[in-house]
Design a protein around this ligand. Structure first.
Ligand SMILES: CC(C)(COP(=O)(O)OP(=O)(O)OC[C@H]1O[C@@H](n2cnc3c(N)ncnc32)[C@H](O)[C@@H]1OP(=O)(O)O)[C@@H](O)C(=O)NCCC(=O)NCCS
Length: 182
């Protein structure tokens, strides 16, 4: 649905769930993403949740698979969509670690921003990222996010407390960063 040079963002299909389940149970991937301590998740639970969402839909989130080289390499999406204040929270996981640090995440986040601001008419994107996730922070900065706040020692990351960083970007800032192509 959303085409970049390296990645395509498209709907999550039932056939993707097994790969997404493997990513979800990869401790290195989960700890890189941070947030809550990782828990094992069974495939059946993911299928049940996906079936429910496929039949009922979801008003406050939109999910995509990240596809590269014909394979699902992860997922991303918008959640906590606030239609009154027109903001939402993007999220991304590249679960195939072979693809880390090669510009795939930055491109996927750029596609998400374009979709959120131009297609969905949202006006602010914000997210939380743990302070040791330097790769994510660099990718977000490259897409225009700035640090808006920091909650000190807020996250327990398998052995130590780390800060939680709040980042955000406004539509006007994103628009200004484009080479006139809105
Ligand atoms: C975070 C994530 C989406 C970023 O995608 P990516 O494709 O790996 O990132 P990109 O290659 O687009 O950009 C990464 C940037 O960090 C740099 N980088 C790569 N490895 C790094 C490291 N170990 N430390 C610091 N910087 C690093 C890269 O050089 C690049 O910066 P540059 O383009 O200015 O040179 C991806 O790594 C991922 O899914 N990680 C696991 C889950 C996660 O952290 N999700 C985000 C939760 S908030």
């Amino acid at each position: 649905m959303l085409e970049g040079e390296k990645v395509t963002l498209r709907a999550v299909e039932r056939e993707d769930l097994e790969r997404l389940w493997r990513f979800r149970n990869d401790l290195e991937v989960e700890l890189a993403g941070g947030g809550d301590p990782p828990l094992p998740v069974c495939l059946e639970r993911m299928r049940t949740k996906s079936d429910r969402e496929a039949s009922e839909g979801s008003r406050d989130k939109t999910d995509f698979v990240i596809e590269a080289d014909g394979e699902c390499i992860g997922h991303c999406g918008l959640s906590n969509i606030d239609v009154a204040a027109r903001h939402c929270e993007p999220g991304i996981t590249i679960g195939d670690r072979e693809y880390w640090g090669r510009g795939y995440g930055r491109e996927a986040v750029g596609l998400l921003l374009d979709y959120a601001f131009r297609v969905r008419n949202l006006r602010r994107m914000w997210l939380e990222v743990h302070a040791e996730n330097k790769r994510a922070i660099r990718a977000y900065r490259a897409c225009g996010f700035v640090e808006e706040g920091r909650v000190r020692e807020h996250i327990w990351l398998a052995g130590r407390y780390v800060d939680n960083v709040i980042m955000g970007v406004l539509r006007e800032e994103w628009k200004a960063s484009l080479a006139g192509d809105w």
